[in-house]
Design a protein around this ligand. Structure first.
Ligand SMILES: Cc1cc2nc3c(=O)[nH]c(=O)nc-3n(C[C@H](O)[C@H](O)[C@H](O)COP(=O)(O)OP(=O)(O)OC[C@H]3O[C@@H](n4cnc5c(N)ncnc54)[C@H](O)[C@@H]3O)c2cc1C
Length: 177
């Protein structure tokens, strides 16, 4: 379930070991959300079946998953599939509940940093004459990197890169003390 690159990668991988792989997508298609090479590999695979504008409505089974019921968004038609495994690739929520009220979060609860910090919310709370550094949160000397950071690229290389940039910034903050 899902129409992004994670779903595409998973489906391509599963297509090598499964006899049938269904990809259910709520949107119109994959072109806006999935890389072209993945879309090509899905369409080249004889075992992959992509269904767009389809929602999963029910999971059925007793002790384990035995099937799912789907509904076509446009016609409302229902269809059931017997299957044992379901992978949800519908996006991720950051585990940042514990930071609420502590550092600034965006409307999806990712941590705002640097130029993405809302100036109106910083007013009266940011105690320093300088502006927040790149990757610095709304608390001076507290940094955020990787997937939990608002606007991050959600890639391993960028998370690692942000981490190494952060080391320099921490040194800079320590020199200010
Ligand atoms: C299915 C899938 C496929 C992907 N494929 C690719 C790919 O092909 N190429 C690519 O570049 N990227 C890919 N990514 C994205 C990549 O995994 C992330 O961008 C990267 O792992 C981000 O690193 P991170 O350190 O920010 O977060 P994470 O790797 O998520 O690490 C965060 C860590 O913090 C821990 N944690 C959470 N809350 C707390 C807490 N309160 N206290 C202590 N620890 C905590 C978590 O347990 C976790 O270990 C993929 C992601 C997924 C889900």
């Amino acid at each position: 379930m899902g129409g992004g690159n994670s779903a595409g990668q998973a489906a391509v991988f599963l297509a090598e070991i499964a006899s049938r792989v269904h990809v259910f997508v709520r949107g119109d298609g994959l072109t806006d959300s999935m890389s072209r090479y993945l879309i090509q590999r899905l369409s080249d695979s004889p075992v992959v079946d992509v269904r767009t504008r389809t929602r999963i409505e029910a999971l059925n089974g007793q002790d384990w998953l035995e099937g799912i019921r789907c509904r076509a968004v446009d016609t409302g038609a229902e269809e059931s599939f017997a299957l044992r495994h379901l992978f949800l690739m519908t996006g991720a929520d950051p585990h940042t509940d514990w930071l609420k009220g502590c550092v600034q979060l965006d409307d999806k609860a990712f941590v705002r940093t640097g130029a993405d910090l809302r100036r109106d919310e910083l007013e009266g709370r940011w105690p320093l004459a300088r502006a927040p550094y790149l990757l610095e949160t709304s608390i001076p000397g507290v940094f955020a990197v990787g997937d939990a950071r608002s606007g991050s690229l959600k890639r391993v290389a960028s998370a690692v890169g942000e981490g190494s940039i952060c080391v320099q910034l921490v040194h800079r903050v320590l020199q200010e003390l």
